[in-house]
Ligand binder design. Structure first.
Ligand code: SF4
Length: 244
């Protein structure tokens, strides 16, 4: 059983993906992804709809609107004041340097596009990777808090590993065309089964290859060689696979 089969894709569970399906507008995906920072996707959806109604979700509308009107529109989202400020700043940069068109960044070489996105206020590695993977199908694997936790519990990563190390590790064991679907399935897995507190290991299709689950029943850790062998096939194995 593979994760995408356990968690069939429901776009409405993911603000970035739903906005991409609905609008096909990378700027709106970037705004939705920023709104989902430190917030649930449900709150981010509400904030996005409110922003759309009260201000408009274009660089022009955000630059033209008073900051307090943007803040009011975003009140349902966490950290709404700083998000309002960042959206305004990003919109100014886009208008000044890219004619208000985020697509002009996304069509560049992937590393350059990523660098430009990360240079904007409020855009970190994860937000940049979500936008590039969702809108451009770039070969990137965004790592959020759920994915980080699952990777550590499975034994694919360590507590001290950087974002980049975990992302690279996951990409190395997954089929290239599965990054988006597995990224979304892992988030859903973290929300519903591999929860931060009391993970539901008895319902988990990954329990047969999970270090955390092995430790719970007193089994020793796998040897590095066995782990390497399992990792190399993790995207393809018949049972307990994260891949598609
Ligand atoms: S077996 Fe438990 S700890 Fe491991 S991935 Fe599944 S739910 Fe998470």
């Amino acid at each position: 059983m593979k994760l995408p089969e356990v968690h069939p894709l429901r776009p409405q569970d993911f603000v970035s993906y739903e906005l991409w399906i609905e609008k096909k507008d990378p700027f709106k995906v970037l705004v939705g992804t920023i709104l989902s920072q430190n917030s649930t996707d449900k709150s981010a959806f509400k904030a996005f709809k409110s922003l759309e109604e009260k201000v408009g979700v274009t660089p022009q509308a955000l630059v033209g609107a008073p900051l307090d009107r943007i803040e009011q529109a975003l009140r349902v989202s966490g950290l709404y004041r700083s998000k309002a400020m960042r959206l305004k700043q990003i919109s100014e940069i886009l208008l000044q340097s890219f004619g208000g068109d985020l697509q002009k960044i996304l069509v560049q070489d992937m590393e350059k596009a990523r660098e430009l996105l990360i240079s904007m206020p409020g855009v970190g590695e994860k937000t940049a990777d979500v936008v590039l993977l969702t809108c451009s199908n770039a070969p990137l694997f965004p790592v959020d808090t759920h994915i980080r936790r699952i990777a550590i519990r499975l034994g694919l990563a360590n507590e001290k590993d950087t974002y980049s190390k975990i992302s690279t590790k996951l990409m190395s064991i997954l089929p290239r065309d599965s990054y988006l679907i597995v990224h979304l399935a892992m988030i859903q897995h973290g929300r519903t089964i591999c929860k931060a507190v009391k993970p539901l290991c008895d319902r988990c299709p990954l329990s047969n290859c999970c270090e955390y689950a092995r430790a719970q029943v007193g089994e020793p850790k796998e040897s590095p060689a066995t782990r390497r062998h399992r990792s190399s096939g993790a995207g393809k194995s018949k049972e307990g696979s994260v891949g598609n």
